[in-house]
Design a protein around this ligand. Structure first.
Ligand SMILES: Nc1ncnc2c1ncn2[C@@H]1O[C@H](COP(=O)(O)OP(=O)(O)O)[C@@H](O)[C@H]1O
Ligand SMILES: [Mg+2]
Length: 231
Protein backbone atom coordinates (compact mmCIF):
# COMPACT_ATOMS: atom_id res chain seq x y z
CA UNK A 1 0.00 0.00 0.00
CA UNK A 2 1.25 3.44 -0.89
CA UNK A 3 0.85 5.42 2.33
CA UNK A 4 1.50 8.78 0.67
CA UNK A 5 -1.51 8.69 -1.59
CA UNK A 6 -5.03 9.68 -0.65
CA UNK A 7 -6.59 9.28 -4.09
CA UNK A 8 -5.32 8.06 -7.41
CA UNK A 9 -6.97 8.10 -10.84
CA UNK A 10 -5.50 5.41 -13.09
CA UNK A 11 -6.06 5.44 -16.84
CA UNK A 12 -9.44 7.18 -16.54
CA UNK A 13 -11.62 7.78 -19.58
CA UNK A 14 -14.91 9.63 -19.63
CA UNK A 15 -17.16 10.74 -22.47
CA UNK A 16 -20.70 12.05 -22.80
CA UNK A 17 -23.26 11.66 -25.56
CA UNK A 18 -23.99 15.15 -26.87
CA UNK A 19 -27.13 14.17 -28.76
CA UNK A 20 -28.71 11.04 -30.16
CA UNK A 21 -26.97 11.32 -33.55
CA UNK A 22 -23.71 13.08 -32.72
CA UNK A 23 -20.56 11.25 -31.61
CA UNK A 24 -19.70 11.09 -27.91
CA UNK A 25 -17.59 13.94 -26.60
CA UNK A 26 -14.44 12.79 -24.83
CA UNK A 27 -13.79 14.67 -21.58
CA UNK A 28 -10.96 12.57 -20.15
CA UNK A 29 -8.78 10.10 -22.06
CA UNK A 30 -6.33 7.76 -20.30
CA UNK A 31 -6.01 10.34 -17.56
CA UNK A 32 -3.80 9.78 -14.52
CA UNK A 33 -3.56 11.78 -11.30
CA UNK A 34 -2.22 11.09 -7.82
CA UNK A 35 -3.04 13.27 -4.85
CA UNK A 36 -0.75 12.87 -1.87
CA UNK A 37 -1.76 13.34 1.73
CA UNK A 38 -1.70 17.06 2.63
CA UNK A 39 -1.22 18.11 -0.99
CA UNK A 40 -3.07 21.08 -2.50
CA UNK A 41 -3.93 21.13 -6.21
CA UNK A 42 -5.60 23.68 -8.47
CA UNK A 43 -7.48 22.88 -11.67
CA UNK A 44 -7.82 25.66 -14.26
CA UNK A 45 -9.48 25.58 -17.67
CA UNK A 46 -12.20 27.14 -19.83
CA UNK A 47 -15.86 26.58 -19.14
CA UNK A 48 -17.06 23.17 -20.36
CA UNK A 49 -13.60 21.55 -20.53
CA UNK A 50 -14.42 19.00 -17.83
CA UNK A 51 -13.25 20.44 -14.50
CA UNK A 52 -16.43 19.56 -12.62
CA UNK A 53 -16.50 16.11 -14.24
CA UNK A 54 -12.95 15.52 -13.00
CA UNK A 55 -13.83 16.73 -9.50
CA UNK A 56 -16.95 14.56 -9.42
CA UNK A 57 -14.93 11.49 -10.40
CA UNK A 58 -12.38 12.29 -7.66
CA UNK A 59 -15.27 12.65 -5.23
CA UNK A 60 -16.97 9.41 -6.38
CA UNK A 61 -20.10 11.36 -7.38
CA UNK A 62 -19.56 10.33 -10.99
CA UNK A 63 -18.04 7.16 -12.49
CA UNK A 64 -15.51 7.00 -15.32
CA UNK A 65 -16.27 4.84 -18.38
CA UNK A 66 -13.05 2.94 -17.73
CA UNK A 67 -10.03 3.09 -15.44
CA UNK A 68 -9.59 2.88 -11.69
CA UNK A 69 -10.33 5.30 -8.86
CA UNK A 70 -8.25 4.31 -5.84
CA UNK A 71 -9.08 5.83 -2.47
CA UNK A 72 -6.53 4.91 0.20
CA UNK A 73 -5.41 2.22 -2.28
CA UNK A 74 -8.89 0.69 -2.55
CA UNK A 75 -10.55 0.65 -5.97
CA UNK A 76 -13.94 2.27 -5.39
CA UNK A 77 -15.39 1.52 -8.82
CA UNK A 78 -17.29 -1.56 -7.68
CA UNK A 79 -18.55 -0.22 -4.35
CA UNK A 80 -22.33 0.00 -3.96
CA UNK A 81 -24.04 3.38 -3.79
CA UNK A 82 -24.48 2.95 -0.02
CA UNK A 83 -20.79 2.14 0.46
CA UNK A 84 -19.86 5.18 -1.64
CA UNK A 85 -22.14 7.44 0.43
CA UNK A 86 -20.38 6.31 3.60
CA UNK A 87 -16.94 6.78 2.03
CA UNK A 88 -17.86 10.30 0.91
CA UNK A 89 -19.35 11.26 4.26
CA UNK A 90 -16.30 10.02 6.17
CA UNK A 91 -13.46 11.03 3.88
CA UNK A 92 -14.49 13.83 1.55
CA UNK A 93 -15.68 17.40 2.08
CA UNK A 94 -17.40 19.14 -0.84
CA UNK A 95 -17.62 22.89 -1.42
CA UNK A 96 -19.57 24.03 -4.46
CA UNK A 97 -19.78 27.36 -6.26
CA UNK A 98 -23.21 27.82 -4.80
CA UNK A 99 -23.24 27.05 -1.10
CA UNK A 100 -26.36 24.80 -1.05
CA UNK A 101 -27.24 25.64 2.55
CA UNK A 102 -30.75 24.57 3.48
CA UNK A 103 -32.73 27.80 3.90
CA UNK A 104 -35.17 26.64 6.57
CA UNK A 105 -32.63 25.54 9.21
CA UNK A 106 -30.01 27.47 11.16
CA UNK A 107 -26.31 27.81 10.39
CA UNK A 108 -25.45 25.36 13.20
CA UNK A 109 -27.98 22.80 11.95
CA UNK A 110 -26.66 23.11 8.39
CA UNK A 111 -23.15 22.42 9.65
CA UNK A 112 -24.25 19.36 11.60
CA UNK A 113 -26.13 17.81 8.67
CA UNK A 114 -23.20 15.79 7.19
CA UNK A 115 -22.52 14.19 10.58
CA UNK A 116 -25.86 12.37 10.46
CA UNK A 117 -24.69 10.09 7.63
CA UNK A 118 -21.58 8.99 9.51
CA UNK A 119 -21.43 6.40 12.26
CA UNK A 120 -18.66 7.31 14.63
CA UNK A 121 -17.38 6.48 18.07
CA UNK A 122 -18.76 8.94 20.54
CA UNK A 123 -15.41 10.68 21.06
CA UNK A 124 -15.12 11.31 17.28
CA UNK A 125 -18.59 12.77 16.90
CA UNK A 126 -18.26 16.52 16.48
CA UNK A 127 -19.67 18.38 19.46
CA UNK A 128 -21.37 21.74 19.48
CA UNK A 129 -18.08 23.09 20.91
CA UNK A 130 -16.16 21.75 17.87
CA UNK A 131 -18.56 23.55 15.57
CA UNK A 132 -18.37 26.75 17.57
CA UNK A 133 -14.56 26.59 17.43
CA UNK A 134 -14.68 26.24 13.63
CA UNK A 135 -17.22 29.06 13.35
CA UNK A 136 -14.91 31.23 15.41
CA UNK A 137 -12.02 30.45 13.04
CA UNK A 138 -14.09 31.74 10.13
CA UNK A 139 -15.32 34.76 12.13
CA UNK A 140 -18.94 33.64 12.38
CA UNK A 141 -19.19 32.73 16.05
CA UNK A 142 -22.14 35.05 16.53
CA UNK A 143 -24.10 33.70 13.57
CA UNK A 144 -24.75 30.07 14.55
CA UNK A 145 -28.43 30.54 15.27
CA UNK A 146 -29.18 32.64 12.20
CA UNK A 147 -30.84 31.39 9.03
CA UNK A 148 -28.70 31.35 5.85
CA UNK A 149 -30.88 34.13 4.39
CA UNK A 150 -29.60 36.44 7.13
CA UNK A 151 -25.98 36.07 5.95
CA UNK A 152 -24.04 37.69 3.09
CA UNK A 153 -22.69 35.64 0.16
CA UNK A 154 -19.19 35.44 1.64
CA UNK A 155 -20.56 34.45 5.05
CA UNK A 156 -22.66 31.66 3.51
CA UNK A 157 -19.60 30.36 1.68
CA UNK A 158 -17.67 30.35 4.98
CA UNK A 159 -20.47 28.29 6.54
CA UNK A 160 -20.22 25.89 3.59
CA UNK A 161 -16.50 25.52 4.31
CA UNK A 162 -17.15 24.69 7.97
CA UNK A 163 -19.80 22.18 6.88
CA UNK A 164 -17.31 20.56 4.46
CA UNK A 165 -14.75 20.20 7.27
CA UNK A 166 -17.05 19.00 10.04
CA UNK A 167 -16.33 15.27 9.56
CA UNK A 168 -12.55 15.92 9.41
CA UNK A 169 -12.26 14.73 5.79
CA UNK A 170 -8.96 13.54 4.26
CA UNK A 171 -9.80 15.31 1.03
CA UNK A 172 -11.61 18.61 0.36
CA UNK A 173 -12.94 19.22 -3.17
CA UNK A 174 -13.89 22.81 -3.94
CA UNK A 175 -15.59 23.66 -7.26
CA UNK A 176 -15.09 27.36 -8.00
CA UNK A 177 -15.67 28.24 -4.32
CA UNK A 178 -14.94 31.92 -4.96
CA UNK A 179 -16.93 32.17 -8.19
CA UNK A 180 -19.79 34.14 -6.65
CA UNK A 181 -17.60 36.46 -4.56
CA UNK A 182 -15.60 39.60 -5.26
CA UNK A 183 -11.81 39.38 -5.36
CA UNK A 184 -11.18 40.41 -1.72
CA UNK A 185 -13.81 38.03 -0.31
CA UNK A 186 -12.59 35.30 -2.66
CA UNK A 187 -9.02 35.68 -1.37
CA UNK A 188 -10.28 35.46 2.21
CA UNK A 189 -12.07 32.21 1.42
CA UNK A 190 -9.00 30.69 -0.26
CA UNK A 191 -6.68 31.73 2.57
CA UNK A 192 -9.09 30.24 5.05
CA UNK A 193 -9.37 27.01 3.11
CA UNK A 194 -5.60 26.77 2.81
CA UNK A 195 -5.06 27.46 6.52
CA UNK A 196 -7.69 24.98 7.64
CA UNK A 197 -6.46 22.26 5.30
CA UNK A 198 -2.78 22.80 6.13
CA UNK A 199 -3.49 22.80 9.86
CA UNK A 200 -5.63 19.69 9.68
CA UNK A 201 -3.34 17.99 7.16
CA UNK A 202 -6.14 17.66 4.65
CA UNK A 203 -5.61 17.34 0.89
CA UNK A 204 -7.27 20.10 -1.12
CA UNK A 205 -8.38 20.31 -4.76
CA UNK A 206 -9.67 23.70 -5.95
CA UNK A 207 -11.25 24.35 -9.34
CA UNK A 208 -10.84 28.03 -10.12
CA UNK A 209 -10.78 30.65 -12.88
CA UNK A 210 -8.52 32.84 -10.77
CA UNK A 211 -4.83 32.46 -11.64
CA UNK A 212 -3.80 34.03 -8.30
CA UNK A 213 -5.80 31.41 -6.45
CA UNK A 214 -4.37 28.63 -8.63
CA UNK A 215 -0.80 29.76 -8.03
CA UNK A 216 -1.22 29.36 -4.28
CA UNK A 217 -1.65 25.59 -4.58
CA UNK A 218 1.35 23.24 -4.49
CA UNK A 219 0.43 21.50 -7.74
CA UNK A 220 -1.35 23.12 -10.69
CA UNK A 221 -3.30 21.38 -13.44
CA UNK A 222 -4.18 23.38 -16.52
CA UNK A 223 -6.32 22.38 -19.52
CA UNK A 224 -4.20 22.33 -22.68
CA UNK A 225 -4.59 20.39 -25.93
CA UNK A 226 -7.66 18.55 -24.63
CA UNK A 227 -5.87 17.33 -21.51
CA UNK A 228 -5.24 18.45 -17.94
CA UNK A 229 -1.50 18.97 -17.70
CA UNK A 230 0.65 19.73 -14.67
CA UNK A 231 2.34 23.11 -15.06
N1 LIG B 1 -24.30 14.45 -17.16
C1 LIG B 1 -23.89 14.92 -18.34
N2 LIG B 1 -24.44 14.50 -19.51
C2 LIG B 1 -24.00 14.96 -20.69
N3 LIG B 1 -23.01 15.85 -20.84
C3 LIG B 1 -22.43 16.32 -19.71
C4 LIG B 1 -22.83 15.89 -18.40
N4 LIG B 1 -22.06 16.53 -17.49
C5 LIG B 1 -21.23 17.31 -18.20
N5 LIG B 1 -21.45 17.20 -19.52
C6 LIG B 1 -20.70 17.89 -20.58
O1 LIG B 1 -19.33 17.65 -20.39
C7 LIG B 1 -18.57 18.82 -20.64
C8 LIG B 1 -17.75 19.16 -19.42
O2 LIG B 1 -18.61 19.60 -18.36
P1 LIG B 1 -18.08 20.09 -16.96
O3 LIG B 1 -17.25 19.02 -16.37
O4 LIG B 1 -19.24 20.54 -16.18
O5 LIG B 1 -17.14 21.32 -17.40
P2 LIG B 1 -16.55 22.53 -16.53
O6 LIG B 1 -16.78 22.24 -15.09
O7 LIG B 1 -15.08 22.59 -16.92
O8 LIG B 1 -17.25 23.77 -16.98
C9 LIG B 1 -19.55 19.90 -21.05
O9 LIG B 1 -19.58 19.95 -22.44
C10 LIG B 1 -20.86 19.40 -20.49
O10 LIG B 1 -21.93 19.84 -21.28
MG1 LIG C 1 -17.83 23.30 -13.61
Amino acid sequence: MDQRMIVKLKDISKSYAEGTDSPRRTILKSFNLSIDFHESISIVGPSGCGKTTLLNILGTLDKPDSGEVLFNDQNVINLTDDQLSILRAQKIGFIFQSHYLLPQISVLENIFLPTIAVEKDEQDTPSIEDVKRLLEKVGLEKHGNKLPSQLSGGEKQRVAIVRALINKPNLVLADEPTGSLDKARGNEIINLLKDLCVNDQTSLVVVTHDIDVASQMQKRLSYKNCDFIEC
